[in-house]
Design a binder for this molecule. Structure first.
Ligand code: ADP
Ligand code: MG
Length: 270
């Protein structure tokens, strides 16, 4: 190749064409530095490649975070494990770090009354897994069931379920809120059966299995669904008082303490 005909001025255009945005942003600065410091050409090339690859990973994670539709601000860092003493932080951290349970299509089930932290913990786990490079979708169960029902009416249920295969983990929040009329079609069961032992599901519910009869068309299907879900499951029972109510009570309590303290202070002064 006759390199004397290479047009350096075309570099930005060529890098854009090759979809190398980090290269495009940094080549000028780095080539100057390499010239100044006398880097071997291979080092310059390797540096640019390394930066491009690292940013590519970051861009992918950002894309996956956006598509995951996780509720904002729910992280493991901001989750107070002391509030749910029955849950081992180490266990949750292991689930957030390891993908062995996802590789075999394992399930996580979270039960607890409203305000016990199910949405927070499930979203936080989801966010941690996206950071690890996995693909996650967080959805209210009723919304997803609604979408699958529409697909079913259009004879496209299988395609819709297949499309969800790109997600390593589906987080179905508030399973117990599925409407009675939604339970009459079997889309939820079809989804659970299709992902069984292949793709993971995480479910949160206010009510334990005993109250799941109203979620599926009949008892046999309820049993079949529960059977699949518990097979490779981690179950978290979060039987604690509502975090919302508790923090409200604590605030009221500390307000009372503060008032009485200032009362004493006042009396002292007068
Ligand atoms: P659930 O989904 O079980 O009804 P949420 O996860 O929505 O409960 O929790 C209610 C509120 O309390 C949310 O704002 C959540 O972030 C917060 N919360 C619940 N449990 C905890 C916890 N252990 N540590 C920190 N915040 C919590
Ligand atoms: Mg919730």
């Amino acid at each position: 190749m006759n390199t004397s005909s290479v047009d350096v001025a075309k570099l930005p255009l060529m890098l854009a064409n090759l979809r190398l945005p980090t290269f495009a942003r940094l080549w000028s600065e780095l080539t100057q530095r390499a010239d100044r410091e006398g880097w071997p050409s291979a080092r310059l090339l390797a540096t640019l490649c390394e930066l491009e690859m690292a940013e590519r990973v970051q861009r992918r994670i950002q894309r996956h975070l956006a598509e995951a539709r996780l509720p904002a601000g729910k992280t493991l860092d901001s989750f107070d494990f002391a509030a749910v003493p029955m849950i081992s932080k180490a266990h949750v951290m292991a689930l957030a770090a390891g993908d062995a349970w996802l590789a075999k299509g394992g399930t996580i089930l979270m039960f607890g009354p409203p305000g016990s932290g199910k949405t927070h913990l499930s979203a936080a786990l989801g966010a941690a897994l996206v950071e690890k490079g996995l693909r996650v979708l967080f959805t209210r169960t009723i919304d997803l069931v609604q979408k699958l029902q529409t697909a079913r009416q259009e004879l496209a249920l299988t395609a819709a379920i297949d499309k969800l295969d790109k997600f390593d983990l589906l987080i179905l929040d508030d399973l117990s809120y599925v409407h009675k009329d939604q339970a009459e079609t079997s889309v939820l069961f079809e989804l659970i059966a299709a992902r069984y032992e292949r793709r993971s599901i995480m479910i949160t519910a206010n009510r334990p299995f005993g109250a799941w009869d109203s979620l599926f068309p009949d008892k046999a299907m309820t049993i079949a669904a529960i059977d699949r879900l518990v097979h490779h499951a981690t179950i978290f029972e979060m039987n604690v008082e509502s975090f919302r109510r508790r923090t409200a009570t604590e605030q009221r309590h500390s307000a009372t303490v503060a008032t009485s303290a200032s009362d004493i202070d006042q009396r002292h002064r007068s």
